[in-house]
Design a protein around this ligand. Sequence first.
Ligand SMILES: Cc1ncc(COP(=O)(O)O)c(C=O)c1O
Length: 374
Amino acid sequence: MIRFWSYDKEYKKYKNSILKNVHKTLKRGNIFFGDQLEIFEKNFKKKYKSKYGIAVGSGTDALLISLKTLNLKKGDEVITAANTAIPTISAIINAGGIPKLVDIGEDYLIDVQKIERAITRRSKAIIPVHLYGQMCEMNKIQKIAKKNNLVIIEDCAQSQGAKYGRKFSGTIGKFGCFSFYPTKILGAYGDGGFILTNDKNSYKKIKRLRFYGIETVERNKFKNKYYANVNGYNSRLDEVQASILNFKLKKTDGFINKRRSLAKYYCKNLNSANITLPKENFNCKHVYHLFTIHHPKGDLLTKKLYKHKIQTRKIYPYPIHKMKAYSKIIKNKSSLKNSEKKSKGIICLPLYPELAKREILKVCNVLKKIIKTI
Ligand SMILES: Cc1ncc(COP(=O)(O)O)c(C=O)c1O
C-alpha cells in the first residue's frame, strides 16, 4: 500500500536524535514552560522574521486565541474562505464571531474579487487560508483590509515556509497562525500550534490567554502568580513536543525542498493526463503541504486508486456551508458555487518528504491508466 501519509520512515531516519532529545528533556525535569519551549519560540520567530512568537496547544488554538484578542462583540463578522478546515470556522464561532464565507477561485484560494461583497459594517477581521501550501493574494487582501479596517489573521496551518513575494506566510497579517499537527510541514509527534505577531500588546494578551489568564510578561504584583487577570485557556506546548520541534525545525527547509521537487516530479509525469494539476501562482512560493489534483470523476478515481493500493484524501470533502453545524449560520450560500464544484472533484495524492520517486511514478502510471478507462 502506498500510504497517503506516514511518519514511519521519518521516525526510522531520525529515531536516534529524536529519542536523545526527548530523553535529555525529560531528565531536565520540566514538562511545561522550560528551556525547550523558550528555544523553540525564539528559533521559530527568528526563522520567519517576526518580532514575537508564542507556542500554543494546536493550530485551532492559535486561531481562537488570536481572534480572542480582538474582543469581538455579538454580531461581529469574520470573513474567510468557504473551503477551509473546520477549525478555522469553529475558532471564529468560539471567539464570539459569525463566519462570513467567500467563494474560492480556480487556485482553491479565497477569490479576492469577491471579498468586498461579503463586507458589512459588522466585519471585523479576515482570515485568508493559505490552503494546500500556497499563499492567498495578499497584496489585494491587504488593500481591502486597510480600506475596510479589518484585522488580517493568516491561517498558515498548511503553509509554513511559503512565500508571497519576499514575505513568509504568517508575517503579513497582524497574526500568523500555524499548526504542528503531525502531517504538517513541521509536524510534532502530537498536537501543537504557534502564533507570530509584530504587535507587542497582542503578544502580551496571547501569553495570558494561553495560560489560564495568568500574567507572565508585565511586571506587576501578580506576575507569575496563580491569579487570573483575564479569563483564559489551557493551551500549552509541552517540553517533549518542543524538543522534537526544535530538532525538526532545522530540517524544515530541506523538507520543503523535497516536497517541491516531488511535486515537480508528479507534474512531469502527469502532464499528459487529463486532470487539473496544481499551479504555483505568480509571486508565490508553494510548499506543497498537499498535492491536489482535480477531475470531474474524482470519487471514482479515488476508489479505483485504492483498489490499486494507493491511498488518497479529499481535503476537504464538504464546503463549510454544506455541514449541518454551520449551514444555518451561513446566509450567502448561493454565492459559494465554485467551492461546491471544486470539492466534488478534488483528490490529494500522497506527498511527504520520505515518499520515494518510484512510489510517485507508480501513482502516476496507475492514475493515467485509470483515467483512460473512465
Ligand atoms: C487550514 C487549517 N486550519 C487550521 C487547522 C487546525 O490545526 P490543528 O489541527 O493543529 O488544530 C488545520 C489543521 O488541520 C488546517 O489545515
